[in-house]
Design a protein around this ligand. Structure first.
Ligand SMILES: *Cc1c(COP(=O)(O)O)cnc(C)c1O
Length: 429
């Protein structure tokens, strides 16, 4: 397989880009070798600059749930382009997307659009503090909520991959109000509430996807919500990854838990930069111009991004691919487990809806500590064999693989064959 053009571009990019990438996980730090440079993508496939094509299980880390360049989305974007790119004033499409989103989340009366998941979460945290008048926030080890200072501790994939304990440049003061708890461990949350009386809220991924896929166990979300509200604090559910991925709406719906504040991103922009946070009226009325919590954005509610979001979500609702996602993820799980058994490789597979990933460990993975028992050198070898087999995976043991509704029977055959070969290579390491 020829990667020479990717290699050349990577070298060229090093001069004016940091590590030749604009987001660290793209740098292939944990799998070695040069990152692939992409030329184009269509449907379930992505093609690099050397002309190699892959079944895409990265899907831009989640947003491309319909596959690439879905014709309904492309048509809506082209139409919007003709009317102008940005106005600094409201448009009807913002109202339309807001209604689609609020209708899909029972706990959301109002929503505010921003430009990224990071912005959605940092605003959601500010809102919890504004509403409760308290300062402290609890987050879970291994959950990632974007790169804002206050939450850049114990933050999962990107940092785990680079083995960084946190981040340089984050002042102690910025994290002094952040408390860390263990996923799936309500007692670790209770202990913080016993020690502190000024906790504004608890934030989590309802299904974690940034330490690999880790699902909530034994009513964890429900018990957490009840406990947190009884303390006068808010539950902030970060659905930037899970929103519209496993049902039309949030993972919170599937677990029968209503967030006080919900954060969104990824799928709702259909590949364009959109984030959002929302809550019931009483909470959202804290936000300017209705209330005293300031939050703003020059490009927020951008008309092109809104058009892409509306087209993506209306198409997704019509397709209703969620049962199919579950079936396909199950098929991939079986491929993984059977070939691991065949070649004698220790493997655990976690999945939820259209998110799935294998951990190279024999432990059952229910939190970040257990995720870290994975053999990342095995994952690195597996990753490159999958590339050679024509399947593009996130270049980290701790990132979820994503499914799109564009995936075909032939794609599954290719995935199956690639997995069998990759597992054989891992077994012989
Ligand atoms: C991707 C992600 C974010 C950050 O979103 P960006 O658009 O990358 O800023 C926040 N929270 C979760 C759960 C995510 O998966």
């Amino acid at each position: 397989m020829d990667f020479s053009k990717s290699k050349k571009l990577y070298q060229k990019g090093l001069t004016n880009l940091v590590g030749s990438v604009n987001s660290p996980v793209r740098a292939f730090a944990s799998v070695g070798g040069n990152p692939l440079f992409i030329k184009r993508a269509k449907g379930s496939k992505i093609e690099d600059v050397d002309g190699n094509d892959y079944v895409d299980l990265v899907l831009s880390y989640g947003p491309m749930i319909l596959g690439h360049r879905h014709k309904k989305v492309e048509k809506a974007v082209k139409k919007a382009l003709k009317n102008g790119y940005s106005f600094g004033a409201s448009t009807n499409d913002e109202i339309k997307l807001a209604k689609i989103v609020c209708d899909a989340f029972p706990g959301m009366d109002k929503v505010r659009f921003v430009n990224s998941g990071t912005e959605a979460v940092l605003s959601g945290i500010r809102l919890a503090r504004a509403f409760t008048g308290r300062d402290k926030i609890i987050k879970f080890s291994g959950c990632y909520h974007g790169h804002q200072d206050a939450l850049l501790v114990a933050a999962g994939s990107g940092l785990a991959t680079l083995s960084l304990p946190g981040s340089k440049g984050v002042p102690e003061g910025a994290v002094k109000n952040t408390l860390i708890a263990n996923y799936n461990d309500l007692d670790s949350v209770k202990a913080h509430f016993e020690a502190h009386d000024d906790i504004a809220g608890v934030i989590l991924e309802p299904v974690a996807g940034n330490m690999g896929v880790v699902t909530p166990q034994n009513n964890f979300l429900k018990e957490l919500k009840e406990f947190v509200n009884a303390q006068g604090a808010l539950l902030i559910v970060d659905e930037v990854m899970t929103g519209f991925r496993s049902t039309f709406g949030g993972a919170q719906e599937l677990f029968d838990v209503e967030a006080d504040i919900t954060c969104l991103g990824k799928v709702i922009g259909g590949g364009f930069p959109v984030g959002a946070y929302g809550a019931r009226n009483e909470i959202m009325e804290m936000v300017a111009p209705l209330g005293g919590m300031y939050q703003a954005g020059t490009l927020s509610g951008n008309p092109i991004a809104m058009a892409a979001g509306i087209a993506t979500l209306t198409t997704l609702k019509k397709q209703n691919p969620f049962e199919k996602f579950d079936e396909i993820a199950k098929i991939i799980e079986v491929f993984l487990l059977e070939s691991a058994k065949k070649y004698g490789v220790d493997l655990t597979v976690n999945r939820f809806g259209s998110m799935i990933n294998p951990f190279f460990t024999k432990e059952k993975v229910t939190n970040f500590e257990l995720a870290q028992t994975s053999d990342t050198s095995k994952f690195a070898a597996f990753f490159w064999e999958m590339i050679k087999g024509g399947v593009f995976l996130p270049p980290s043991q701790f990132e979820a693989w994503f499914l799109s509704s564009a995936i075909t029977e032939n794609d599954l055959k290719r995935i199956s064959k690639a997995i069998d070969n990759a597992m054989k290579v891992v077994a012989n390491m």
